[in-house]
Ligand binder design. Structure first.
Ligand SMILES: CC(C)(COP(=O)(O)OP(=O)(O)OC[C@H]1O[C@@H](n2cnc3c(N)ncnc32)[C@H](O)[C@@H]1OP(=O)(O)O)[C@@H](O)C(=O)NCCC(=O)NCCS
Length: 154
């Protein structure tokens, strides 16, 4: 695992592969975020997208939002299925925190109610559940807002 690299996307083909990864996986399937929607997010110049490689294999993708009202938002994190459950996600989240805490005292994220394993992971990593957003992305599914903080804004 020592050869994990996390970099901005190197090519359009890489972004397309990441969009396919997300669109074929939960939670994006249930949230009805198709390949085109995922690709738009990954290409959005107002976001920061990072691609993770292990050796020469694409392992996963991260999208961060460092603008807006609740600033410091981990908007998407997705590992390829074969790379899950081995600690890589925790390392991508550590990268996210290094990036966001350099400029802002909070990391926010949302996790779907039907994704209890991810919720458990965030709680283990020190995230506090702030509240429920009912019917936020799709009807009859809640998103749960989480926050990890280094202190107040002021
Ligand atoms: C969530 C995710 C980024 C975590 O990365 P990871 O490398 O699997 O996580 P780690 O190995 O660092 O930690 C393992 C923990 O993550 C949990 N986990 C969450 N989703 C998982 C999945 N789909 N497969 C395996 N483990 C998963 C494991 O259950 C484990 O926690 P547990 O021991 O309490 O069960 C990754 O599993 C993933 O890409 N899942 C699909 C997309 C997703 O759910 N994204 C989060 C949206 S908020």
């Amino acid at each position: 695992m020592s050869d994990l690299r996390i970099d901005p996307p190197a090519s359009e083909a890489e972004l397309e592969a990441c969009a396919e990864l997300m669109a074929a996986s939960e939670p994006w399937l249930t949230l009805r975020r198709d390949r085109a929607t995922c690709l738009r997010l990954l290409r959005d110049p107002d976001r920061e997208t990072y691609v993770a490689h292990l050796g020469d294999q694409l392992a996963g993708v991260l999208v961060l939002n460092l603008r807006g009202a609740f600033v410091g938002y981990l908007q998407a994190i997705c590992l390829a299925p074969t790379f899950r459950g081995q600690g890589l996600g925790s390392r991508l989240i550590a990268f996210t925190e290094d990036r966001i805490f350099r400029e802002h005292p909070n990391v926010f994220l949302c996790v779907s109610g039907f994704n209890p394993a991810a919720r458990r992971l965030y709680e283990r990593l020190g995230y506090t559940c702030i509240g429920e957003l009912k019917d936020y992305v799709v009807q009859d599914q809640s998103e749960w807002l989480y926050r990890k903080t280094r202190g107040p804004l002021a």
